[in-house]
Design a protein around this ligand. Structure first.
Ligand code: UFG
Length: 328
């Protein structure tokens, strides 16, 4: 198939593109490079474009005879989404509609969508299964949930088939060390911890140690980005084989606290990474752990890098050799 990957220059997108290059599919990356990095795209065709540009989207579908879409292009910062809801609804919902409408106009009816654990909000039932109630606590989470619902309506009306992948905490880097996480500003725990280890940051704060968890710090389900990428390939292949629209969680089913992440990272880098205790970050749920049984059962997804130490080792390989990210 000719597969359009929107947001293919981003952290997760670039790992999806890399894994797709090892399959028989053709990859066409579509990215506006606002946050993504051209250097992160390790092969295939690249089109610099925005989802707001309907004419370019349509032209791209026709020129490359697109068969299926993996849609990752989005804004994804929880905090920013609360301050700038318009930006999130515009980009994640309205620009996403341009993509869906271009798909329908070109008779392309298979899409794998990059969704998030943020659609659930602060749930009490652990592990989280796909059918639990969805009460997102951020505009970001809402924008992703709205898009899932829109795809459902497009399925009913136009026969669009979608697989929505709700990621938990994407982390780690490709084993080659050639690509990895490079956000500006960086807000994610593991890169921040490793930047502290490299002396690139003065301070590392643990956001709250008074949560009802085993050591008081928040517990998250960290999943390796290559395992995430493989799930996209299984999903797009399943759609090609006629799979009905489905939603899957993607996590390891294990939770690690912020303190445990810092301790494991200290072990990996071989020095004690110092952290101070800070205030809670507004909106952080205490514990988020996924049940990914559905995708394991239905698509045979089998994560290879589940162990936290392995995840941090791959991230460390990237950060150590690219302290400034993709910048030379
Ligand atoms: N944390 C710290 N110090 C830091 C950074 C993070 O203690 O300097 C803590 C956070 O409070 C949280 C944990 O580390 O408890 C993980 O934080 P991240 O920012 O790495 O990840 P989140 O769990 O907040 O967010 C992730 C995704 C979001 C998604 C969300 C779903 O990055 O896109 O899960 O809840 F929306």
């Amino acid at each position: 198939m000719n597969i359009l990957v929107t947001g293919g220059a981003g952290y997760i997108g670039s790992h999806v593109v890399k894994e797709l290059l090892d399959t028989k599919h053709q990859v066409i990356t579509y990215d506006n490079l606002q946050k993504g990095h051209k250097e992160a795209i390790l092969g295939g065709i690249f089109v610099k474009g925005d989802l707001a540009d309907k004419a370019l989207l349509d032209q791209t579908f026709k020129k490359y005879d697109i068969d299926a879409v993996i849609h990752l292009a989005a804004d994804s910062l929880v905090g920013e989404s609360m301050e700038k809801p318009a930006k999130y609804y515009q980009n994640n919902v309205i620009n996403g509609l341009n993509l869906l409408d271009t798909m329908i106009a070109n008779d392309v009816k298979k899409i794998v969508f990059s969704s998030t654990a943020a659609v659930y909000g602060d749930v009490k039932e652990i592990p989280i299964t796909e059918d639990l109630s969805k009460k997102p606590t951020s505009v970001y989470g809402k924008s992703k949930l709205f898009f899932e619902e829109i795809m459902q309506d497009y399925d009913q009306a136009y026969g669009l088939k979608y697989i929505s992948l709700r990621y938990f905490n994407a982390s780690g880097a490709d084993e080659s060390g050639k690509i990895g996480e490079d956000h500006n500003p960086e807000s994610h725990l593991i890169p921040i911890v490793l930047q502290k280890a490299l002396g690139l940051r003065e301070k590392l704060a643990i956001f709250g140690t008074d949560y009802p968890t085993r050591d008081g710090s928040c517990v998250r389900d960290y999943i390796h980005v290559t395992d995430l990428a493989q799930a996209h390939i299984l999903s797009v292949n399943a759609l090609a084989e006629g799979k009905a629209s489905t939603i899957y969680n993607l996590g390891n089913g294990d939770g690690y606290s912020v303190k445990e992440v810092i301790a494991t990272a200290s072990e990996v880098v071989g020095t004690n990474i110092e952290a101070v205790i800070g205030n809670r970050r507004p909106g952080d749920p205490a514990t988020l752990i996924a049940s990914s049984n559905r995708i394991k059962r239905e698509l045979g997804w089998n994560p290879q890098y589940g162990d936290l130490k392995t995840i941090i080792e791959t991230a460390w390989k990237w950060h150590k050799n690219h302290p400034n990210g993709f910048k030379k």
